[in-house]
Design a protein around this ligand. Structure first.
Ligand code: WT7
Length: 707
């Protein structure tokens, strides 16, 4: 018997996400870029073709200085625990610092820009970095008793002490684990316990949005949380934002806490020889996002990871040693590890560090930094681009800077926002490199070579050099390019930047990334082990991928899986809209219906005309199926400190369920404001949903999983 139409729709396989995007026009690479690019000869694409796998990646490894050369490029004997450059030995700190001294001793490695504009910019030359790293490594070894293979946790903001600490650990072969400074003490404590760290490095305070934030208080919470999980912390090293001046209310604990500036003098002029590490030794842990369960400590290797970030920084970001490069992400994320610290330093360039909020004290701050320092490569995320566009759409034109390359990373960028970035920020003369990847992947997966491949708004591009993606449906059939269908994007081959395992959870590592599409668990052939990225994607006929977002981020309306991103992009075609977030509301008839939250550009007033325009745009761009049940015009979205919209919080509000932990929000006060407004209105109209089942509540609680 034939199934009812509705039932048939519900049987659409999980990965078949409806795709309604319209194809965008491409933009050619700017002429000025082509002449000087690192990747200027199209032969490079051929060299990294599948026929040359895995040896092509030796071109990346050759960007490093090895103490002992490798004998095996790729060891696949224990799938999927791949090992790159086996037999090779090297030290990360030597590669990032020491080897540049001969030619570039007094060149800036980092330029640190404090948030308060009246505080002086700090330039740290390669020579100074060498001194700081050695002295701090001596302290870690002597005062903390740390040795090769030990783990250490940092909970540091965007200050130069953070890369110094990373490189000092790398010098000793100590595995660092930085927890984003904006995370709560409890989140930090969970990670201390998971990694088994005995030492915590923190800072008393830092500037953010014009206030000096007390940060040391979180260390006390972290240690308490770690203790509950059975992990004792012996020492807390506290840097002071201003040496000699303690700006936290938290008391220093006798015998445990120490001011770094008070003991560092004992190590003045000390040098520590870099420990020659096997290529596959872990360099650091980076805990990946996710709201439930034990945190996932992504373990990244020394030789493979460094090769991969050096190569991708050189060819995809087009970093030359002469460039002034500014990645406005936070080092607390993988983006900062790979593309603020390790990648740029391996190439001997100058990397800018900025302490604070991009729009503090005003919308021109980023462009003043770019103008004053002569930044020519700018790297940021769609959320920041939207914020900059919202507060100062014409601000970039007032400043005299010119970027050659601009990057976007972290989520799909709406084509409208892309065009503003290109025209206003790039002044129509910079290449935009959209870089799609994950904490787990160490470096880029999908992106373009800026001088060789055109840009397409909203699409990341083809696979990065040496990366061979595939889109599978639920039954492991390949979804063809140009078919207009979406599926689960996977990477068919291993690459040097991929995580080696989840710290302490090897089975989970296999389960999460390889189980789903593994052709044969006994196979020793890498072809049988595609890496599951967890994103929905569609490939255009020209080979470019459009990422639709995490598979868990779709709203299933009557069996139609709608990407939140496409609904939000449609809303952003409305002139007045600055930001949009779509969330599911439980609906008796259609399963889920989208509700849309939008924030307006400054100076505009909310009104029913705007709600209607947004609904019309969504119907026009996607279809009636995606029409939002409600459009809520709100003053701001609940956001994480890294600027990601917490969709699960507004989803909780729309569904009258618990909004969960909001302690990691940058603006927790907005939650009650939105709740009163939305729930008050629904109550008045009698639109309160029935009580959700535990499964439904769980779905809403995890919606968007951004934390
Ligand atoms: C998820 C990974 C890798 C550094 C930042 C985020 C989304 C990332 C893009 C992009 C579309 C993107 C994906 C991915 N994402 N970059 N350029 N276009 N989506 O790291 O926190 O591990 O998040 O971010 O959904 O799976 P992360």
């Amino acid at each position: 018997m034939a199934a009812e139409p509705e039932e048939q729709e519900n049987q659409l396989s999980e990965a078949q996400i409806a795709v309604h995007w319209r194809e965008e026009e491409t933009y050619p690479p700017p002429d000025s870029l082509i002449g000087q690019a690192n990747a200027a000869d199209p032969a490079i694409i051929e060299r990294f073709g599948e026929d040359h796998f895995p040896d092509c990646f030796t071109e990346y490894a050759d960007l490093l200085t090895w103490d002992t050369p490798w004998d095996t490029v790729l060891d696949t004997s224990r799938p999927p625990f791949w090992k790159w450059f086996v037999g090779g030995r090297l030290n990360a700190s030597y590669n990032c610092v020491d080897r540049h001294l001969a030619t570039s001793r007094n060149k800036a490695a980092f330029i640190w820009v404090p948030e308060p504009e009246d505080q002086a910019t700090q330039t740290i030359t390669y020579q100074e970095l060498y001194r700081k790293v050695n002295e701090f490594a001596a302290l870690l070894q002597d005062y903390c008793g740390l040795a090769t293979g030990d783990r250490i946790t940092f909970h540091l903001p965007m200050v130069p002490e953070l890369p110094v600490a990373m490189l000092a650990c790398a010098r000793l072969g100590v595995i660092h684990s930085e927890v984003f400074g904006g995370f709560s003490g409890t989140a930090c404590g969970d990670r201390i316990a998971d990694s088994g760290s005995r030492i915590l490095i923190t800072m008393d305070s830092y500037y953010r949005g014009g206030t000096l934030v007390d940060h040391k208080v979180k260390a006390d919470e972290a240690i308490e949380a770690a203790r509950k999980l059975g992990q004792e912390v012996d020492k807390v090293l506290v840097w002071r934002r201003t040496p000699g001046q303690y700006a936290s209310k938290s008391p220093m604990v006798e015998g445990r806490d120490v001011f770094v500036d008070e003991i560092l003098g004992d190590y003045r002029g000390k040098s520590v020889p870099p420990v020659s590490m096997p290529a596959e030794a872990p360099l650091f842990l980076m805990y990946s996002s996710g709201t439930t369960g034990r945190p996932k400590g992504c373990e990244h290797s020394t030789g493979g990871y460094l090769s991969y970030v050096a190569g991708t920084s050189k060819y995809h970001l087009d970093i030359h040693p002469e460039d002034t490069y500014w990645c406005a992400a936070d080092i607390g994320w993988i983006t900062g590890h790979s593309y603020i610290v390790y990648g740029p330093l391996l190439l001997g360039t100058t990397s800018v560090l900025y302490e604070g909020v991009p729009v503090y004290p005003d919308a021109g701050r980023c462009w003043r930094i770019a103008e004053r320092l002569g930044v020519n490569i700018f790297h940021t995320a769609p959320t920041t681009i939207r914020m900059l566009r919202k507060v100062g759409p014409e601000e970039p034109r007032k400043y005299d800077y010119q970027f050659k390359v601009m990057t976007t990373v972290g989520e799909p960028i709406e084509p409208e926002v892309w065009r503003w970035y290109y025209q206003e920020v790039g002044k129509g003369r910079a290449a935009i490199v959209d870089t799609w990847w994950l904490t787990e992947t160490g470096g880029f997966l999908g992106t373009t070579l800026p001088a060789l491949q055109p840009m397409k708004p909203g699409s990341c591009g083809p696979g990065a050099l040496g990366i061979h993606p595939v889109i599978y449906d639920e039954d492991r059939n390949t979804v063809e390019a140009g078919s207009g269908r979406a599926g689960n994007i996977c990477i068919r081959n291993p690459w040097p930047g991929v995580l080696q395992t989840i710290w302490g959870q090897p089975e989970r590592f296999v389960d999460v990334y390889y189980r789903k599409y593994c052709a044969d668990p006994d196979s020793k052939d890498w072809h049988d082990w595609p890496f599951l990225c967890g994103d929905g994607a569609v490939q255009a006929a020209d080979g470019y991928y459009r990422i639709l977002g995490r598979i868990d981020d779709v709203i299933n309306v009557a069996g139609h899986r709608l990407g939140t991103k496409e609904i939000e992009s449609a809303a952003l075609t409305v002139e007045e809209i600055a930001e949009a977030a779509a969330v599911p509301a439980v609906d008796e008839i259609r399963g889920r219906v989208p509700e849309l939250y939008v924030a307006l550009k400054p100076g505009l007033r909310a009104g029913p005309d705007i709600e209607q325009k947004v609904t019309a745009a969504i119907e026009r761009e996607i279809g009636k199926i995606a029409r939002p049940a409600r459009v809520w015009i709100v003053p701001d979205m609940p956001k994480t400190r890294s600027g990601k919209i917490m969709r699960r919080v507004i989803a909780g509000i729309s569904n009258f369920t618990d909004v969960g932990d909001i302690s990691t929000l940058a603006n927790p006060e907005i939650v009650d404001e939105i709740r009163h407004f939305v729930q008050g209105d629904k109550l008045a109209k009698g639109e309160v949903p029935r009580e959700l089942s535990p499964q439904e509540a769980e779905e809403i609680r995890n919606f968007g999983k951004t934390e």
